[in-house]
Design a binder for this molecule. Structure first.
Ligand SMILES: Nc1ncnc2c1ncn2[C@@H]1O[C@H](COP(=O)(O)OP(=O)(O)O)[C@@H](O)[C@H]1O
Ligand SMILES: [Mg+2]
Length: 225
């Protein structure tokens, strides 16, 4: 489904460049869930950004369904990102002036659509909000929700275009332990019911253990636990 082959990532810096990722090899199948643990600065965000096509490796390949993301032109890459990949971050990045439903529908607005397609997007959005117990907040503003509820909306927004991969970068980083556990459970439920591959970067061993496979990232590379 997606695969990293001999991926290296170096950032330019003075006095010398910093190599953040070294010879990373990883293969993840449809609807698998994996967690990536590692201390701050170990390169988790860098790795997720490469998988999601937000950034390019210094060397090596990132393949999504056999397609090399590095060979796509910017327009194509943006389309792949919007349709195939969902992102959830530590901070929800919901637009404060838009309702929950409007926020969730944002990723569907990237391409011109017929009224039938717009109706189907709206139906999809409402269904996901129902699945995540957020339907009753459709018309609320993000400011009226708790931190955990906002993250659930961010998860729904990430899934609205039926992505093949859901990348969650410390999604529970700003939540208390109970809420963090609930959000992780929800991510894993959706991973199964939506058949979306799930990659969670987290500091928490307890949360990481909920994924099917666990990886540790450090200066030596990525190793499966
Ligand atoms: N755009 C960038 N330019 C230069 N250095 C960066 C950039 N992004 C991240 N880094 C460096 O790469 C290392 C890994 O960062 P990051 O991927 O954010 O790690 P993590 O998410 O595990 O905390 C850090 O040392 C960070 O300072
Ligand atoms: Mg990070």
């Amino acid at each position: 489904m997606f695969e990293l082959i001999d991926v290296n990532k170096t950032y330019p810096a003075a006095p010398e460049d910093v190599q953040v990722l070294r010879q990373i090899n990883l293969k993840v199948e449809t609807a698998e869930s994996i967690s990536i643990m590692g201390p701050s600065g170990s390169g988790k965000t860098t790795l997720l950004n490469l998988i999601g096509g937000l950034d390019k490796p210094t060397s090596g390949k990132v393949l999504l369904n056999q397609m090399n993301l590095g060979s796509l032109r910017n327009g194509e890459l943006a389309r792949v990102r919007n349709n195939r990949i969902g992102f959830v971050f530590q901070l929800h990045y919901l637009l404060p002036q838009c309702t929950v439903l409007e926020n969730v529908l944002l990723p569907t607005l990237a391409s011109r659509k017929s009224d039938i397609e717009k109706d189907s997007d709206r139906k999809r959005a409402v269904e996901l909000l129902e699945k995540t117990d957020m339907k009753q907040y459709c018309h609320s503003l993000p400011g009226q929700l708790s931190g955990g509820q906002r993250q659930r909306v961010a998860v729904v927004r990430a899934l609205v275009n039926r992505p093949h991969i859901l990348l969650a970068d410390e999604p529970t980083g700003s939540l208390d332990a109970d809420t963090a556990g609930q959000l992780t459970d929800l991510l894993l439920e959706l991973n199964q019911s939506e058949s979306v591959a799930l990659v969670i970067a987290t500091h928490s061993k307890k949360l990481a253990n909920k994924a099917q496979r666990q990886f540790q990232l450090d200066h030596q590379g990525l190793s499966e636990l």
